[in-house]
Design a protein around this ligand. Structure first.
Ligand code: M6R
Length: 369
C-alpha cells in the first residue's frame, strides 16, 4: 500500500512525477481543445468571460495562486484567487461573465462547496479541478477536470498540489488558444515544456539527500521563515504550511518584496530563512532583488537556505546552503521548487518522531464550515 515507503506521505511525494504525467496525458487534442472529464461549458461562454475567480482552501488555494501568474500571462484575463471561506461573505462581484474555478483534492471541502453554490446562484459557470471522482464538487460544478494524482492518503497534500497546478495550466493553455491570445506553435511548446516536468521532478527526488540531512539537524528550531517572489511566493507559502502542519513549528511564508515592510524585524541571529530564488532567466531584476533579500537577512544573522535553479552560480555566494532544482521555464518552476520544501517538512517532522500521515488536530478533508 505504501509502495515500499515507510509513510504514505513519502510515497505520495515520490508519486509526483506520475501524478503530473497522468494529469497531462491526452488532455489537449490536436485542435487545441481541452478534454474535460464531464459536463460542458460552451465555448461561446468561455469566450465571453471577463474575469476568473479561483476558490479553494489551503494548499489548493496556493495552486490557484500559482495558476494566476500563468493564466493572466497567457490569456490576458484578470484572475482573482479567493479563500473559499471568505468568498461568499464579502458579497463578491460575480456574474455570467465570471468563470469560477473551484480547486479541491477531496471535492468535499465544505467551504469550497458553499463557494461553488454561491457562484452558481449568481449565474457564474463553474469548472471544478478535483482529484476525487464523483465527489460533491465534481458533481455540482458545470464541468470538471480531474487531477489524476490517485488517492492521496496523507493529510498533508503533496501530489495533489502538483497535479492541481498542472490542471490549472491546462485550463490556461486552452483558454489562451480559444481566445486567440497565443499562436498554436506557442501552445505546443507550452505542452512540451509541461511534458518535460515529470522527469525533472524525478531528478529533484533523486538528489534530495542534502535537504534531508539539513532537516534532521533542525528539530529544535522554533520558527522558520520562507521567502519567494512571483511564482516563488506561493511556493514559500506552501513550504511554510507544510512545516506548520507536519512539524508543528511556527513558519511563515512572505513575498520577498514585503520583507522591508515588516517581516525583516523578525530576523535575528541564527533564524533559518528559506528563499525560493527566481530563475535568472526570468526577469533579471527579480533575481537580483531576491539575491539582495538573501544578503539583507544574512547581514542580520539569518541562516540562509536557497532553492535555486541549476547553473545559477550567483546563489552560492550569498547562501549558507543552496539546493538546486533542474532549470525549467519560469512559470513551470513551482512544480520543481516546492519538492525540496515538502521533503524538508516531512524529514523534520519524522526527526521529531511525529506521525507525518496523521498530524495532530487535522482531518484529510474539512467537511464542516
Ligand atoms: O480537499 P481540499 O483540496 O479541498 O482541501 C483543502 C485544504 O484543506 C488542504 O489543502 C489542506 O490545506 C492540506 N492539509 C494541506 O496540506
Amino acid at each position: 500500500q505504501k509502495g515500499g515507503f515507510s509513510t504514505f506521505m513519502e510515497k505520495e511525494i515520490h508519486d509526483q512525477p506520475t501524478a503530473v504525467a497522468d494529469t497531462l496525458r491526452g488532455r489537449i487534442d490536436d485542435r487545441g481543445r481541452l478534454q474535460l472529464d464531464g459536463g460542458i461549458i460552451h465555448e461561446t461562454v468561455l469566450n465571453s468571460i471577463d474575469k476568473i475567480i479561483v476558490v479553494a482552501c489551503g494548499t489548493a488555494a496556493y495552486a490557484g495562486l500559482v495558476g494566476r501568474y500563468a493564466i493572466e500571462h497567457w490569456c490576458r484575463i484578470p484572475v482573482e484567487v479567493e479563500l473559499a471561506h471568505e468568498f461568499r461573505y464579502r458579497d463578491p462581484v460575480v456574474g455570467v461573465r465570471t468563470l469560477v474555478v473551484a480547486i479541491s483534492q477531496s471535492g468535499e471541502t465544505m467551504d469550497t462547496i458553499m463557494a461553488v453554490r454561491h457562484a452558481q446562484q449568481q449565474g457564474a459557470p463553474v469548472i471544478a479541478i478535483v482529484n476525487t471522482q464523483g465527489s460533491t464538487i465534481a458533481r455540482e460544478a458545470d464541468a470538471v477536470l480531474y487531477t489524476r494524482a490517485g488517492p492521496e492518503i496523507a493529510v498533508a497534500s503533496t501530489k495533489a498540489f502538483l497535479a492541481q497546478i498542472t490542471a490549472v495550466y491546462l485550463l490556461g493553455i486552452y483558454l489562451a488558444e480559444l481566445r486567440g491570445n497565443k499562436f498554436p506553435d506557442e501552445i505546443e511548446s507550452l505542452l512540451e515544456q509541461l511534458d518535460a516536468i515529470p522527469s525533472k521532478i524525478q531528478r529533484v527526488l533523486d538528489t534530495s539527500e542534502p535537504i534531508r540531512e539539513l532537516a534532521r539537524t533542525m528539530a529544535n528550531e522554533r520558527t522558520v521563515l520562507f521567502l519567494g517572489r512571483h511564482v516563488g511566493y506561493p511556493v514559500a507559502l506552501e513550504g511554510a504550511l507544510k512545516l506548520k502542519e507536519l512539524a508543528y513549528i511556527h513558519a511563515e511564508g512572505f513575498a520577498a518584496g514585503e520583507l522591508k515592510h515588516g517581516p525583516i524585524a523578525l530576523v535575528e541571529e541564527g533564524q533559518p530563512v528559506f528563499i525560493v530564488l527566481p530563475s535568472p532567466r526570468g526577469r533579471e531584476s527579480l533575481h537580483a532583488k531576491v539575491i539582495s533579500n538573501v544578503q539583507e537577512v544574512r547581514a542580520r544573522g539569518a541562516r540562509t537556505f536557497v532553492i535555486a535553479e541549476e547553473g545559477d552560480t550567483d546563489a552560492a555566494n550569498y547562501a549558507e546552503q543552496v539546493f538546486y532544482v533542474p532549470s525549467a521555464p519560469v512559470l513551470m518552476t513551482p512544480l520543481l521548487s516546492v519538492v525540496p520544501l515538502q521533503i524538508f517538512a516531512l524529514e523534520l517532522a519524522a526527526a521529531k518522531g511525529y506521525d507525518v500521515d496523521q498530524p495532530r488536530n487535522l482531518a484529510k478533508s474539512v467537511t464542516v464550515e
